[in-house]
Ligand binder design. Structure first.
Ligand SMILES: Cc1ncc(COP(=O)(O)O)c(C=O)c1O
Length: 393
């Protein structure tokens, strides 16, 4: 009895499973809010959320959502996705609508991929650095993460990959890469595809930023990989359409080996019932709208301007990074000897009123101290932020 009473007084505790759940891009915000509560004005450069920095979402989306509210989509949508949207995505992907699944942001697609395909101890090749969700999901599903490297130009180091690829269950490619902003060349991707084909390693291709290449030639990975290696192509409305709040993404299976994995995706989709139907209608409208190329050109022009301003502002500081040619991030190495640990630096930056993400959140960085910033804000905001941290470098 006494034992029971004592037990009741203890606070409830989350499960052990939670020990591996993390998302460093937002986890740092809790600390930032504490600083803000003390009266400090913070500049948030931790998250790639375009509308937060004045990038307007593609107009066709909101227009179509409003119309959809008056249509008959109050019930659950089909679990695997709205028929019309699956057909529209299939047109882009050049696959069958049966190969397409609609997900609540690519986030859910990544979760489903690990859940359905990566088992205990199975090797998954991730880029280093990698978008943190991949690290967390690999841990949650008990996969064995093996990192592959980039060369000095931000391209996939194929020789390094060749040493690690044997026995891998899957390889993840993020292009343009978050956090590097690197855009892989056709040759680089083609070399990787050949290697994966040789070792029968399928690819999960994260195309979240695939339209956002503002310098150099954009590549269509599907053309490079089709009929050479099985792959899954994922994207969403979040970045290329500037509408992360829509929580709308898709994955498309390519190649003829996926039947059982697609069945697993069906089960996972069924389990969570469906994705918001109005935004699915809106996604169909958005991805087929003829005014999208003009909208995209405008967005890319702005990103290029902001990237250039970012380079100008940081040029004289003890900071180095591969020049980002896509997406809207830079992965920065601190060249001053002052900082030994990225978290200490990020905390010191917080005290100066600037929020970054520590490099370790993107995987272990052995050769130095790194952090990630976005360059989405107006140049005067970037200037203010970097002049604040100039004091602590
Ligand atoms: C590389 C990458 N993949 C996936 C996502 C998830 O995007 P969403 O769930 O908004 O589609 C993000 C978000 O920042 C990302 O950067």
């Amino acid at each position: 009895m006494l034992h029971l009473k004592l037990k009741r007084k203890l606070p409830y505790r989350p499960t052990e499973r939670m020990n591996v759940v993390s998302y460093p891009i937002r986890d740092i915000v809790m600390e930032a809010k504490r600083e803000e509560a003390k009266g400090k004005q913070m500049i948030y450069l931790n998250i790639g959320d375009p509308p937060l920095y004045g990038f307007r979402p593609f107009g066709a989306i909101a227009e179509r959502v409003k119309r959809a509210l008056d249509e008959n989509c109050q019930g659950y949508a089909p679990s695997e996705g709205d028929e019309q949207l699956r057909a529209a995505v299939a047109q882009i992907e050049k696959c069958s609508p049966d190969d397409v699944f609609i997900v609540a942001g690519l986030t859910e697609g990544i979760d489903f991929f690990f859940h359905a395909f990566i088992g205990f101890g199975e090797k998954v090749l991730l880029p280093n650095p990698a978008y943190p969700l991949y690290l967390s999901k690999a841990k949650q599903f008990e996969g064995d993460t093996v990192f592959y490297r980039h060369d000095g130009d931000g391209q996939i180091d194929v020789a390094n990959l060749a040493k690690k690829i044997e026995g891998a269950k899957a390889m993840v490619i993020i292009n343009p890469n978050n956090p590097l902003g690197a855009v892989y060349s056709e040759k680089n991707l083609s070399d990787v595809v050949h290697l994966c084909a040789e070792y029968d390693v399928p690819i999960f291709y994260d195309g979240s930023y695939d339209q956002l290449v503002f310098e150099g030639k954009p590549v269509d990975f599907r053309k490079i990989a089709r009929r050479k290696v099985p792959f899954i192509y994922g994207s969403s409305l979040s970045k290329c359409f500037n509408y992360p709040g829509a929580r709308l993404g898709w994955v498309a299976f390519h190649g003829d080996k996926w039947e059982e994995v697609k069945n697993a995706f069906f089960l996972l989709c069924n389990q969570r019932l469906s994705v918001n139907w109005e935004y699915q209608k809106a996604a169909s409208a958005a991805i087929t709208d003829p005014s999208y190329p003009a909208y995209l050109a405008d967005i890319k022009g702005k990103l290029l301007e902001r990237r250039n301003a970012f380079i100008r502002i940081t040029r004289k500081m003890p900071l180095t990074y591969p020049v980002p040619n896509g997406a809207f991030y830079a992965f920065i190495k601190i060249e001053s000897k002052k900082w030994k640990k990225d978290l200490e630096f990020v905390r010191a930056a917080l005290h100066q009123g600037v929020v970054f993400v520590p490099g370790s959140g993107f995987g272990r960085q052995e050769d130095g101290v790194y952090f990630r910033t976005t360059f989405l804000p107006e140049p005067d905001v970037i200037e203010a932020a970097f002049s604040r941290i100039g004091k602590i470098l």
